[in-house]
Ligand binder design. Structure first.
Ligand code: SF4
Ligand code: SF4
Length: 149
């Protein structure tokens, strides 16, 4: 399951099309609109959080592209506050990419920022909120890059 945030830029010809409705209906992805600025006959911009199996999210992005919608992924920066973390391990089961794991035999909970995709799944799991999301300022990754990998 992937949770990712995208900036979608809609060409003005599509501003009155029910594209997002079809995206959810056809590809079974959950979405949250974080911000939208779409008016009839104008280019529109929407910041959308998509949640679903990675394959379905990718297919959904291909669907958007077929309408000329440009999608860029916003990768949030996740940090761990080591002062707060008390090494309970609760976050290690939720991380889909192994960026949080238990090192044996010391049983230390390791956070590897290089593996972290910024999905934020670990943030609500942590009982002391040691995993922190920076404002969405980090790398913008072309969605097409994701589709081909
Ligand atoms: S460390 Fe947290 S934000 Fe990073 S990939 Fe794992 S669950 Fe997602
Ligand atoms: S859930 Fe929070 S306190 Fe527990 S190991 Fe993970 S970051 Fe540390």
């Amino acid at each position: 399951m992937a949770t990712r945030i995208y900036i979608l830029r809609f060409p003005k010809e599509t501003s009155s099309e029910p594209i997002i409705y079809q995206l959810v209906k056809q590809y079974d992805v959950e979405f949250t609109i974080l911000k939208a600025d779409i008016l009839p006959q104008r280019e529109g911009v929407m910041i959308l959080e998509l949640k679903g199996p990675q394959e379905k999210v990718k297919k959904g992005l291909e669907y958007l592209k077929s309408f000329g919608v440009k999608a860029e992924r916003l990768a949030a920066t996740i940090k761990r506050d080591d002062e707060k973390c008390f090494q309970c391990g609760a976050c290690t089961g939720i991380c889909p990419v192994g960026a949080l794991y238990i090192k044996r035999p010391s049983m230390e909970v390791i956070f590897d920022p290089d593996k972290c995709t910024g999905c934020s799944l670990c943030v609500p799991i942590c009982p002391v909120r040691a995993m922190e999301v920076s404002p969405v300022t980090a790398a913008i990754v072309e969605a097409e890059e994701e589709i081909v990998t």
